[in-house]
Design a protein around this ligand. Structure first.
Ligand code: ACM
Ligand code: ZN
Length: 524
């Protein structure tokens, strides 16, 4: 009987995993005793944070909408006086037997503290409000290593819909990611409503079939496939992410990967078309005509609507994998090259990107582009996303440009995560969990004076071989959990310690119905 009682007391503690926190905070000092969770808690929140979304989270946690007295409150949130170099995401979280104290400079910091607090609670606390649950006392001091902590999703090769996106954002927030890079336009589908150009979604969001099986087999089905987000839905997603202190950066691809748009408006190509939305994967020769002024006006019109939906400082304009064959034989493109004294089509691509950058800068935004934007001359204020290895990031940083690291290995979560023959088809490359965990975003050999231009890294999720939400989740988790720790806690973490904390983290995902791969549970 005594033993049963003992287990009853210890079991919840064990289930909470003591401090099964991912990403691991910078400093954890264990305390003594527990804070016992009550059905309804009181809280006090400093005026500075009262109107902010973190207030909503406090309400969600405590089921109380009263701002009580600080001395009596169960949870107290205080603003730290801002110092010269304060970090906006810094927080302190102290769990004492009588009170939970959160201190931060900004509401973002408060939200990160609440995320940590939630991880000290049982995984299913959202569903079964814990009553009498002991939260182990602890003092945590924390802030992220990297300012940009991104997760990407390609919704063009396959389309997953609003419910999935909200869940994707929830899982990101649990891991303190702060950027959702939403890849919305491609050869295989245009996924964002643009009111001035309705055919982008009437025509461009749908294809007559999809490639199936391995790439080399070149097999296709003939089912109509597609979908898109209305502007109202997009606003909802952006607001939902903002509540979780995640910025949504849209990617509107140009000048390549644009066949879906050209199927709808072929006049913006070099040849005039006609075109079809691509069924197969790969890179296509037909791209936006860089010599046609009306193409540039079209893209600015599209971006004008995009800017009203996405308040992000950065807008991603792609720039990768743009074949130059059409430009080579296009009169307008050749005229543009001549008139601007450009050397070749690579310089024309650079001219095109710089033209769009200048316009976006005038609208108060900055561009991000894939590392091909380095070719033919980098646009003056551009941030480079380094995907073909680390070299692009290194070069950009060396030029004093910001860079975000997304090298295929280990940042592409569309690669195989195991060598098991039963693994679903994926894009070539082996990128297991331990390699993601071992990643260090600062490229080797970079001049230390320029390392600070590497603002972070991102996991990329291209979905040619992921047909449904469950498959996406299977590819993303737990690799994205490992990357979150590299980015928040910093590289060089202890992998076996991470693996010990991981089951509790995956349990939290399960509660919000997010699937994950289980290779980490098997002995090598
Ligand atoms: C890319 O993977 N084409 C950026
Ligand atoms: Zn052209």
């Amino acid at each position: 009987m005594k033993k049963a009682l003992f287990l009853l007391v210890l079991l919840p503690l064990w289930l909470s995993g003591q401090y099964n926190l991912i990403p691991l905070p910078q400093k954890i000092t264990p305390g003594e005793g527990n804070f016992i969770w009550k059905p309804k808690l009181s809280y006090h929140c400093t005026e500075q944070f009262v109107q902010k979304p973190c207030q909503l989270w406090l309400w969600g946690l405590t089921k109380n909408d009263k701002n009580g007295k600080p001395s009596k409150a169960d949870i107290v949130v205080t603003a730290l006086p801002k110092t010269k170099n304060y970090h906006p995401e810094y927080y302190r979280l102290a769990v004492n037997p009588k009170q939970i104290q959160i201190k931060a400079y900004t509401d973002t910091g408060v939200s990160r503290a609440i995320t940590t607090l939630m991880q000290l609670m049982p995984a299913d606390y959202v569903i079964n409000r814990p009553v009498g649950f002991p939260i182990p006392c602890v003092n945590i001091e924390d802030q992220p290593k990297f300012e940009y902590r991104g997760l990407h999703l390609d919704e063009c090769r396959h389309f997953f819909g609003l419910d999935f996106i909200l869940k994707y954002i929830d899982a990101m927030a649990m891991h303190k990611y702060n950027v959702f890079h939403w890849h919305l336009t491609e050869d295989q589908g245009w996924r964002i409503e643009i009111k001035k150009y309705p055919k982008l979604t009437e025509v461009g969001a749908w294809r007559d079939g999809s490639q199936i099986g391995r790439y080399a087999e070149q097999r296709f089905d003939s089912s109509s496939y597609g979908g898109y987000y209305t502007q109202e839905q997009i606003k909802f997603v952006v607001g939902y992410a903002r509540l979780r202190y995640i910025t949504v950066i849209p990617e509107i691809e140009m000048p390549g990967h644009s066949l879906a748009a050209l199927a709808a408006y072929p006049q913006y190509s070099c040849t005039g078309g006609p075109f079809k939305v691509a069924k197969g994967w790969g890179v296509f020769d037909d791209v936006y005509c860089a010599g046609n002024d009306s193409t540039l006006s079209f893209l600015k019109d599209v971006l004008s609507e995009v800017l009203t939906l996405f308040p992000s400082k950065y807008i991603h304009i792609g720039g990768d994998e743009c074949p130059k064959s059409r430009w080579k034989s296009c009169e307008k493109c050749q005229k543009r090259i001549k008139e601007n004294g450009l050397k070749d089509e690579h310089e024309l691509q650079s001219w095109f990107i710089q033209h769009m950058e200048k316009w976006l800068n005038q609208q108060g935004r900055q561009i991000i582009g894939w590392d091909e934007i380095l070719e033919g001359g980098l646009a003056p204020n551009a941030t480079v996303m380094s995907w073909r290895g680390a070299e692009g990031g290194k070069i950009a940083a060396g030029m004093g440009h910001k860079a975000i690291m997304t090298p295929g290995k280990p940042c592409y979560f569309d690669h195989y995560q195991s060598k098991d023959s039963t693994e679903p088809i994926a894009i070539g490359g082996y990128n297991p969990l331990e390699n993601v965990y071992a990643y260090s975003p600062i490229p080797e050999g970079i001049d230390s004076n320029y390392a600070h231009f590497i603002i972070g890294a991102q996991g990329n999720v291209w979905t040619e071989y992921m047909e449904n939400p469950r498959h996406v989740e299977y590819m993303v988790w737990p690799r994205a959990a490992a990357l979150s720790e590299v980015l928040w806690s910093g590289p060089g973490g202890n992998y076996s310690n991470f693996l010990q904390r991981l089951p509790a983290d995956m349990e939290r995902l399960k509660v919000i119905r997010v699937k994950h791969a289980t290779h980490f549970t098997k002995k090598p």
